[in-house]
Design a protein around this ligand. Structure first.
Ligand code: SF4
Length: 205
């Protein structure tokens, strides 16, 4: 059926209901829920209480760095080419994992792991391997766990894709906003069609 813009009906009440800033889906609890009203003690108790339900775990790791800014970006991101920012960030992630890993019951298996960003493939090979090793030291994975990563196709090689597979990743996502070169230029994310199809073929391999 053909689409006719003049047939679109707008529900003003619905528009007004959502006409305000909302949290993005990429973190839970969402950033809006963080406040001084929740103390560290309460937070620890909540995590420990959750152990009694024995539910499996989903882990999310945010790698906030990107080499350049896409104009449409709404992510929590730091644009920099100073790769030395990564090591201190990883050290903080390891400390965070130490805290979380010590609270979570070891019998709870990880069924989902996701690295998002930013650009997780901003990390070098050795940093990528090390982060995965440090995660696996602290958490037990279900044998069928979904282990996924977002990549930026502009900054990934075939060898990197195979390395990701070797260390356990079994799902990849990346953004294709538009194939039109003019749009790509306008949004400051130039990734020609050939590049996209190359990266897709490496992933399929
Ligand atoms: S690659 Fe993703 S996170 Fe980085 S600037 Fe572009 S849209 Fe934002």
């Amino acid at each position: 059926m053909a689409f006719h813009p003049q047939d679109v009906r707008f529900d003003l009440d619905l528009i007004m209901k959502y006409a305000k800033p909302a949290p993005r889906y990429t973190s839970y609890p969402t950033a809006q829920e963080f406040s001084p009203a929740v103390t560290e003690k309460q937070w620890r108790e909540k995590v420990i209480q959750s152990n009694s339900r024995k539910t499996p775990l989903s882990l999310y790791f945010h790698i906030p760095f990107c080499e350049s800014a896409c104009h449409f970006c709404g992510c929590n991101v730091i644009i920099t080419r100073r790769k030395e920012v990564v090591e201190p960030y990883l050290e903080h992630l390891f400390r965070e994992m130490d805290i979380m890993g010590s609270l979570v019951d070891k019998s709870r298996k990880v069924v989902q792991l996701h690295w998002g960003g930013g650009t997780p493939n901003y990390l070098e090979d050795d940093q990528t391997v090390r982060l995965m090793e440090e995660i696996k030291k602290r958490f037990d994975f279900d044998k069928d766990a979904e282990i996924s990563i977002e990549i930026d196709p502009r900054h990934v090689s075939r060898d990197r894709i195979f390395l990701l597979r070797d260390i356990g990743f079994n799902r990849v996502s990346f953004g294709i906003q538009d194939f039109n070169p003019k749009v790509q230029e306008a949004v400051n994310r130039i990734q020609p069609e050939k590049m996209i199809f190359n990266v897709m073929s490496w992933i399929r391999d």
